[in-house]
Design a protein around this ligand. Structure first.
Ligand code: FAD
Length: 514
């Protein structure tokens, strides 16, 4: 790895990334030094993650002046606020994604996991062990992405490694994944600047059975799986051989987590049940039920009290049951066990109880981390901090994976996107040897949540803006739709999103089950 000094820049020590691709974790000893065909007169910027943080950097970075490499297990960006709509067919899946490859060939992209960031060729034995140990991780086994191992040494690297992240899990090879020679071999990449935007995972609080039997809603693949399951439940419940008791069980849709994701999914599902499902499965919707569970005494904790009351009242009127201060103890196939209720059968369980740290971030050493969330701590210029509080000058972290020291900003797309915009501006100035911008400042645009039946809540209280700081009902719903339409990134999706809203309003949602 140490030989990988950029040609023409001998004075600058190379940064070195080791990557691997393919099914099961390969022997680390086979890792290949990787050299890209990119011109060497530009600094190499590596972006980890193609979410709200990473994709925005990818979009706006000056590609004329940077050699950009994107590493992400997804070759697309997820527009997360629209996933609940996609899960019930209000929108098609394409509406909530943007391709990373749009920026090829200016940008090099590898569909791969970063499993390690650290000193080149460091602790090989341990890395192999960790890769194999986590190979059964459900989250990775769902992705056909390659297993990636990244090791780097920062420019001006001291004798000890600047950062040391340990492995992310290796995807399991399955019958549908064809392995090609070389796709499982770790390889290294070099960088000059690194942006860590790997986001977070879904929190399960180690409740037994959740990973195996619940659906999460973090990715468009999750939305597709949920939509398939809803339709499956209805088709099964429609079988003439099924008893009414079984129908009731199959059509009990449970949601654990009363945050905005859980609430929006419940709202969208309610809309589906009371429109197309009523038409297509006459007589079945009387068996259907939506139940939401949360350990907290109220749902939507981050919203103003009056808005929460409005949402709860609307849900109650719409027949959505809210069980606050309820504890789910374990999940088994088709049933969950609630401390206060005992066994609760379900046809679909959607689990949305917040964020757990990304393993890559969790295993980082010599990085300052938040004790509660394990997020990477950065300074207000978004540089990653070492344990002793000094910043890494060439490594930045943004989005759900990071938080600014002494500033508790929410883990939202809004924050991730604003940080990415700030960082891109900084990098684009840096490459022109111009001054860095001022420290990052968050501008709160408020929070929105759809609560069903063409109603939403909007909360901008606490932002210091006294004009229209709380809104409910249709007007808030209009704000909700226009906000997400405005935020939609590509022209293609700016056309697709309203087109599907309109088509589904006129003709109803498409309930074909593939
Ligand atoms: P992400 O967007 O999660 O992206 C992380 C990226 O890193 C992904 O591409 C992932 O594949 C990749 N990655 C992970 N591990 C690795 C690895 N080891 N190596 C390389 N790449 C890796 N926020 C709002 O502000 N408003 C909303 O309305 C809203 N609605 C939401 C609805 C849903 C259903 C969900 C799930 C979230 C919602 N959020 C919303 C929150 C918002 O989506 C997140 O805060 C935001 O996605 C964080 O951006 P990020 O870039 O940090 O992470």
């Amino acid at each position: 790895c140490k030989k990988m000094v950029f040609a023409g820049r001998p004075s600058r020590p190379a940064s070195c990334l080791v990557l691997a691709s393919g099914g099961r974790a390969p022997a680390y000893a086979n890792s290949r030094a990787f050299s890209s065909s990119l011109p060497r007169n530009k600094e190499r910027l590596v972006i980890l993650g193609s979410g709200w943080g990473g994709y925005e950097v990818l979009r706006a970075i000056d590609k004329e002046r940077w050699n950009v490499t994107m590493i992400s297990p997804n070759n697309y960006f997820n527009f997360t606020p629209l996933l609940a709509s996609c899960a019930v067919g209000t929108l098609e899946f394409r509406c909530a994604t943007e391709p990373v490859r749009r920026y090829s060939p200016e940008v090099v992209a590898y569909q791969a996991w970063c499993d390690h960031i650290g000193k080149p060729c460091q602790r090989f034995g341990e890395e192999i062990l960790i890769l194999e140990r986590s190979a059964t991780d459900r989250f990775s086994s769902e992705t056909i992405a390659m297993c990636t191992l990244i090791t780097f040494s920062a420019p001006g690297m001291p004798a000890t490694p600047p950062l040391s992240f340990e492995t992310r899990s290796a995807p399991k090879a399955d019958a549908t994944t064809t392995q090609f020679p070389g796709t499982g071999t770790p390889f290294t990449l070099t960088y000059d600047k690194l942006v860590i935007a790997v986001g977070a995972y879904s929190q399960t609080f180690d409740v037994p059975g959740v990973k195996e039997h619940a659906h999460f809603l973090k990715d468009v693949k999750d939305a597709r799986a949920i939509r398939t399951r809803i339709l499956e439940c209805f088709e099964q419940a429609n079988q003439p051989t099924i008893s009414d008791v079984e129908r009731r069980k199959l059509l009990n849709f449970c949601i654990v987590g009363g945050g905005p994701t859980g609430v929006e999914f419940a709202a969208e599902l309610h809309d589906l049940l009371h429109t197309e499902m009523e038409r297509h499965y006459p007589g079945l919707t009387r068996f259907a039920k939506i139940s939401m569970y949360d350990v907290a005494p109220q749902i939507l904790g981050m919203f103003d009290e009056s808005l929460v009351k409005y949402a709860e009242k609307t849900f109650k009127r719409d027949g959505i049951s809210i069980f606050t201060s309820h504890h789910v103890e374990r999940v088994e196939p088709g049933k969950l066990f609630v401390k206060e209720q005992g066994e609760v059968p379900f046809g679909l369980l959607v689990w949305s109880t917040g964020l757990a740290p990304n393993p890559l971030v969790q295993s980082a050493s010599d990085v300052k981390k938040d004790l509660k969330t394990s997020s990477i701590i950065t300074n207000d210029h978004l540089n990653v901090l070492k344990e002793d509080g000094t910043p890494y000058s060439d490594v930045w972290a943004i989005g759900d994976a990071a938080m600014i020291e002494d500033a508790r900003l929410p883990a939202t797309a809004q924050v991730a996107n604003q940080k990415a915009k700030y960082l891109t501006k900084k990098l684009n100035r840096l490459v022109k040897d111009k001054d860095s911008p001022k420290p990052f400042e968050f501008h709160n645009q408020g929070s929105l949540a759809y609560i069903g039946n063409w109603k939403a809540i909007y909360d901008r209280s606490g932002t210091g803006n006294n004009v229209m700081n709380k809104e409910t009902g249709r007007l808030a719903w209009l704000l909700w739709r226009s906000a997400y339409f405005t935020m939609t990134l590509s022209v293609r999706n700016k056309i697709l999103v309203p087109t599907y809203w309109f088509l589904n309003w006129i003709f109803g949602r498409d309930l074909t089950r593939f």
